[in-house]
Design a protein around this ligand. Structure first.
Ligand SMILES: [Zn+2]
Length: 322
C-alpha cells in the first residue's frame, strides 16, 4: 500500500493543478494547465482527466484514487458540484466524480477547496498535534474548515466550516452570500485593501503613498503592513481593526467548540506577527466562560501545499467520513 499513488487536483478559476503522490505525502510530480473556465464543465473535466493521464504516463505509474478541490459547494457523498460562483458557468449539479471516474478508471472524491486544504492540515500538518482545530483561509475571500476530534466536519451539505460568513457586524457591508457584515466583508484581502485605498486617496497614509508611488493599484495587505511598520498610524489602525474582527470570529469558534488550535492560512495570514498577536489577545479578552490559555493560534504548517496534500488525504479518504 505504501507504493500506492494518489492524484491530487485543484480546480481553480485560472489553472488546474495536478500532483501525484504517495500516502506519506511525498509528491512525485506536479503540473498545471489553464482551466479555460469559459468552456462547459464537461470540457473542463475532459482537460482535467487528460492532465492526470499525461502525468501518470510521464511518471510511469497508475494512480489508485483521486481527490479534487473545487472552488465552491460540492456534495461529497454524490460527487456532484452544487454551485461554483467563481466559475463563469457556475457548475450547477455537474456529476463531476462520475464523469472523471469514467475517464480515469478509479474512484474520484470531490471537496470544497478550502475544506480540502483543512484536510491536508489535519492529516499532514497541525492535525497531528491538535486533533480539534479551526482553519481560517485568509485571501480574496475568507474560507475555512472545522476539524473535531480528528474528523473534518462537513455537515449534510458539505458546507460546514464556512466561517468567513459568520456575522461579525450586524449592520456591516453587504456580502456575496446575501448577508451583511460577514467576516469576509471585514477581513478579506479586498476588504483590507479597500480600507488602504480610502486612506491613500484621503491623504491619510503618507508612507503608503511613498511605497505605492500614489498608485492605488499598488495597495495590498502586504504594502499596507509595510507602511504600518514604517509609521503610518492610520494604516496600522485599519489593519488592527480587521485583525480584531478576525479575532472575534476566532473567539466565537473557541467558545463554540474549544479547539486545540486556531490555524491561520492564506496570503493575508503572512502580513505579520501582529495579526497572530491580535487574534490571541482578542480570544483572551472575549472568551470568558473558560480559560482559553491552551488554545494556540498558529500559521498553517503546510502553507501553499495544504491543498495539494489535502487532495492526497482525500483520495485516501483519510480524516473524512461518508
Ligand atoms: Zn457572507
Amino acid at each position: 500500500l505504501n507504493e500506492s499513488v494518489f492524484a491530487s487536483i485543484d480546480l481553480g478559476g485560472t489553472n488546474i493543478q495536478c500532483s501525484l503522490g504517495h500516502a506519506d505525502g511525498t509528491i512525485l510530480r506536479t503540473d498545471s494547465i489553464s482551466t479555460e473556465a469559459y468552456r462547459s464543465p464537461e470540457d473542463v473535466l475532459k482537460r482535467m482527466s487528460g492532465l492526470v493521464l499525461r502525468l501518470q504516463e510521464e511518471v510511469g505509474v497508475q494512480a489508485t484514487a483521486a481527490g479534487i478541490g473545487v472552488p465552491g459547494q460540492v456534495d461529497f457523498r454524490t460527487g456532484n458540484t452544487k454551485f461554483c460562483p467563481n466559475l463563469p458557468t457556475n457548475w450547477r449539479d455537474v456529476p463531476a466524480s462520475r464523469l472523471l471516474e469514467k475517464e480515469l478508471g478509479y474512484s474520484v472524491y470531490l471537496l470544497n477547496d478550502v475544506r480540502m486544504a483543512t484536510l491536508g492540515e489535519l492529516v499532514f500538518g497541525h492535525g497531528q498535534d491538535y486533533p480539534t482545530l479551526v482553519f481560517f483561509a485568509l485571501g480574496t475571500g475568507v474560507g475555512g474548515g472545522i476539524v473535531i476530534d480528528g474528523i473534518l466536519r462537513l455537515g449534510p451539505l458539505g458546507a460546514a466550516g464556512e466561517i468567513g460568513h459568520l456575522t461579525i457586524d450586524p449592520s456591516g457591508p453587504i456580502c456575496g452570500c446575501g448577508n451583511r457584515g460577514c467576516l469576509e466583508t471585514l477581513a478579506s484581502g479586498p476588504a483590507i485593501t479597500a480600507a488602504g485605498v480610502r486612506l491613500l486617496a484621503s491623504g491619510l497614509a503618507p508612507r503608503l503613498n511613498e511605497i505605492t508611488g500614489g498608485d492605488v493599484s499598488g495597495v495590498s495587505p502586504r504594502t499596507m503592513a509595510q507602511a504600518a511598520r514604517e509609521g503610518d498610524t492610520n494604516v496600522q489602525d485599519a489593519l488592527l481593526q480587521s485583525a480584531q474582527y478576525l479575532g472575534i470570529a476566532a473567539a466565537n469558534m473557541v467558545t463554540s467548540i474549544h479547539p486545540d488550535a486556531i490555524v491561520l492560512g492564506g496570503g493575508v495570514a503572512q502580513i505579520g506577527d501582529f495579526l497572530f498577536e491580535t487574534v490571541r489577545q482578542t480570544i483572551h479578552d472575549r472568551v470568558g466562560m473558560f480559560p482559553p490559555d491552551n488554545v494556540v493560534v498558529v500559521p498553517s504548517k503546510l502553507g501553499q501545499n495544504a491543498g495539494t496534500l489535502g487532495g492526497i488525504a482525500l483520495a485516501m479518504k483519510s480524516g473524512v467520513l461518508d
